[in-house]
Design a protein around this ligand. Structure first.
Ligand SMILES: Nc1nc2c(ncn2[C@@H]2O[C@H](COP(=O)(O)OP(=O)(O)OP(=O)(O)O)[C@@H](O)[C@H]2O)c(=O)[nH]1
Ligand SMILES: [Mg+2]
Length: 207
């Protein structure tokens, strides 16, 4: 649910980067943070990171996306820890979610992990009475920079078949490390979330 702060004329939306361990969720936020400036830029906080780069709680980045009907739209980006045994933390971070970026690791060796993580997302949403079929969701196929001749990457068609054949959500090919596709992903999920938020704000007007 978006949080509407009437004293500040601000609507806050929560977008969560979800996916298997090591798929590149934290790297997405780090890239966004490194490229935003001025009025848009907020704070980035990484809570409890072990051994340099494994998230064991969450990362948080707040950004200002402009206005709808006089309200500032502030998006709060979170990542979950992807490793299997941090499921309780993932459930905690999912609380109040408005939109999800599912980051899939394009490496062939991670094929099963992506599928397991998507099933885990569906299950954790269902526990919150949300459906993976209706929540604003985009899918990012990450690490596309690693493609070579003897490619260790899954072709996009396989990723589509594994992860998106039922959902049919927007997909973006990306490299969080090099930066391509990162802002496209953020734009796409923000568009879906803002559309949903506007619908809720307008329906409040009719009450
Ligand atoms: N080549 C390549 N490496 C990437 C890319 N995105 C992330 N990585 C690397 O993959 C590793 C894991 O990235 P993280 O962003 O920490 O992964 P995470 O999804 O946050 O992992 P957890 O916090 O354990 O869930 C790091 O060494 C990154 O530099 C990418 O697009 N291309
Ligand atoms: Mg992380």
């Amino acid at each position: 649910m978006p949080f509407i702060n009437f004293s500040k004329d601000e609507i806050q939306c929560k977008i969560i980067y979800y996916g298997a361990g090591f798929c590149g969720k934290t790297t997405n936020l780090q890239y966004i943070y490194s490229k935003t400036t001025g009025k848009t830029k907020g704070k980035m906080v990484s809570i409890d990171t072990k051994g340099g780069d494994r998230t064991i709680f969450f990362d948080f980045l707040s950004l200002n996306l402009g206005k709808i009907r006089g309200f500032d739209i502030r998006v709060q980006l979170y990542t979950v820890p992807g490793q299997v045994h941090y499921d309780a933390t993932r459930k905690l971070v999912l609380k109040g979610v408005d939109g999800i970026v599912f980051v899939a690791d394009s490496l062939k060796v991670q094929r099963k992990k992506n599928i397991e993580s998507l099933i885990n997302l569906a299950k954790n949403l269902a526990e919150k009475r949300l459906s993976i079929r209706t929540v604003p969701l985009v899918m990012q196929y990450n690490k596309r920079d690693l493609g070579g001749t003897d490619s260790e990457l899954l072709p996009v068609e396989i990723l589509e078949k594994d992860l998106n054949s039922m959902l049919k959500v927007p997909t973006i090919e990306a490299s969080a490390l090099k930066g391509f596709g990162v802002f496209e992903t953020l734009r796409e999920i923000s568009k879906l979330v803002v559309k949903e938020v506007s619908r809720k704000v307008l329906s409040m007007d009719r009450l």
